[in-house]
Design a protein around this ligand. Structure first.
Ligand code: IPD
Ligand code: CA
Ligand code: CA
Length: 273
């Protein structure tokens, strides 16, 4: 039987090739709006089909949770969590920042995480307990302090009711760190944090497939990843903070400060929705 990581890498590379072939070919009639500001194209859907086919050809009993609708449930302990194109808006607008994200969960634990950026041919891969690599080279999270940190984030464009609190948190982080970026692919934000290009990342309202693979990359490179309360519910709630230990602590202080009153309700609401 092939190793899980090899299958994840094969599937991510195949899908990445397909994304590249179709880059710049999206016309307005190819774009559907699943919900307000949440777009999908035939490329997202076909990429998902390819990934699922590859995985099931090796592991037909495994469960699947994929963004564009593939669901396989059952008793099996293994579940693949797939974002076939993270950064759809960038892809549609031909901005070269998008990725494929594939994670494998055993019971509740993420044991494999692979993120592939086909434009730059960068493959980020982690196996639980074995560290994480970028194109085969061991990665290590940055040790820069918060005052000199570059912090990635994402805007809560699907959850505008959170905007006032998000903006307060953004302002506090912005005033204390050295710079901020909004790149448009949460999976790559986490990958670049694991690689040390960013010192930290925070966003709210994400889905499991955006962050499952990237969260393992962070953990395997010596970083910390939690939700906005410092707990472990980031996969379920989509509220996530990641970074080197000092930066994570600083971001957590900010999110606790601005979200402490309402975080429980917000998390429950997001989880329910
Ligand atoms: C999106 C990206 C983006 C984040 C959004 C996600 P999609 O994923 O990760 O960076 O801000 O919230 O939905 O829709 O392009 O797969
Ligand atoms: Ca996504
Ligand atoms: Ca997606």
């Amino acid at each position: 039987m092939p190793e899980f990581i090899d299958v994840a890498i094969q599937a991510a590379r195949e899908a990445g090739r397909y994304l590249l072939e179709n880059r710049g070919k999206i016309s307005p009639e190819n774009i559907d709006e699943k919900a307000q500001n949440d777009f999908v194209t035939f490329v997202d859907q076909n990429s998902e089909k390819m990934i699922v086919e590859t995985i099931l050809s090796h592991f037909p009993e495994h469960k699947i949770l994929a963004e564009e609708g593939t669901r396989r449930s059952g008793e099996n302990a293994f579940r693949w969590i797939i974002d076939p194109l993270d950064g759809t808006k960038n892809f549609i607008q031909n901005i070269p920042e998008f990725s494929v994200s594939i994670a494998l969960q055993q019971n509740e634990e993420i044991i494999i995480g692979v993120v592939y950026d086909p434009v730059h041919d960068e493959l980020f891969a982690a196996e639980e307990g074995s560290g994480a690599t970028c194109n085969g080279k061991q990665m290590k999270i940055s040790t820069r302090p918060f005052s000199r940190a570059l912090i990635a984030t994402g805007f809560p464009f699907k959850f505008k009711e959170y905007l006032p609190k998000y903006l307060l948190a953004f302002e506090e982080v912005f005033l204390k760190c050295s710079g901020m970026r909004r790149m448009g692919s949460a999976a790559l934000d986490l990958s670049h944090t694991a690689l040390g290009r960013f010192e930290g990342f925070f966003e709210l309202g994400l889905s499991m497939w955006d962050i499952a693979a990237g969260s393992l990359l962070i953990q395997e490179t010596g970083g910390i990843v939690t939700d906005f309360r410092g707990e472990n519910h980031f996969l379920d709630t989509g509220f996530i903070i990641a970074g080197n230990p000092e930066v994570h602590r600083a971001l957590l202080e900010v999110t606790k400060h601005h979200f402490s009153q309402t975080i429980q309700n917000l998390e429950k609401r997001h989880h329910a929705g």
